[in-house]
Design a protein around this ligand. Structure first.
Ligand code: URA
Length: 229
């Protein structure tokens, strides 16, 4: 299949195992991905449609957290067997990989106003081409915490692997880290899964491959440039 024919995988097609969660390919998702990929989409619309997608991704990620049952009473004085979260919102930590990942903080805070936010800055060394850690700041570690690691594009996986190492050095457990991204590719998923088999990945779409410049194909170009400039 050529990049021109690419319309996305549906969740049943993913062959990456049970730690990789793909948004259900609905008609709205088809539209949103068309808008964000289109080179003619304005910056304003790029932000608008990505924010809608990010919201869906955060909601989907929340589905991975456990619930316990709770009985409530409806206005009709009827008993209803409902649920309550086992994880407090204050134990959900969004960690964004600067700069593109910061785009995902806004919807994270909209959905979870009491969540905490951490940041990590990793840049590629222009001589060695290796990712380099420049800065990290996380909330005080609590063993109940779940991390939503935020970066919209999973390409080579270099930055995210360094971010995961940094989180683990700060006490966070691999099986409580969920990497949330808008577009991923097989190369990136394979490398993250191989090093961190119990870490979960929530992705909106799995694209075809990386090109020689390490951009995702068909992709959407440089996410940070389109969202922030
Ligand atoms: N980062 C981007 O912004 N786009 C890609 O295609 C890959 C990494």
């Amino acid at each position: 299949m050529s990049a021109a024919e690419y319309t996305g995988l549906s969740s049943n097609d993913t062959k990456f195992g049970d730690t990789v969660y793909l948004l259900r390919l609905t008609n709205q998702l088809r539209l949103l991905y068309t808008y964000i990929r289109d080179v003619n989409t304005s910056n304003k619309n790029f932000i608008f449609y990505n924010n809608r997608l990010i919201r869906l991704l955060i909601e989907e990620t929340l589905n991975l957290l456990p619930l316990k049952s709770q009985q409530i009473i409806t206005p009709l004085n009827e008993l209803y067997q409902g649920f309550e979260p086992l994880v407090k919102n204050t134990n959900i930590v969004g960690v964004s990989i600067i700069r593109a990942g910061e785009s995902m903080e806004f919807e994270m805070r909209n959905v979870l106003p009491d969540c905490k936010i951490g940041k990590i800055l990793i840049q590629r060394n222009e001589e060695t081409f290796q990712p380099q850690l420049f800065y990290s700041k996380f909330p005080e570690y609590n063993e109940q915490d779940y991390i939503f690691l935020l970066d919209p594009m999973l390409a080579t996986g270099g930055s995210v692997l360094m971010a995961i190492d940094c989180l683990i050095k700060n006490g966070y457990k691999e099986d409580k880290i969920i990497f949330v991204n808008i577009i991923s590719c097989p190369e990136g998923i394979e490398i993250v899964k191989a090093k961190h088999p119990s870490l979960k990945i929530v992705t909106g779409m799995i694209d075809e491959c990386l090109n020689e410049k390490k951009y995702i194909v068909p992709g959407l170009g440089d996410f940070g440039d389109r969202y922030f400039t």
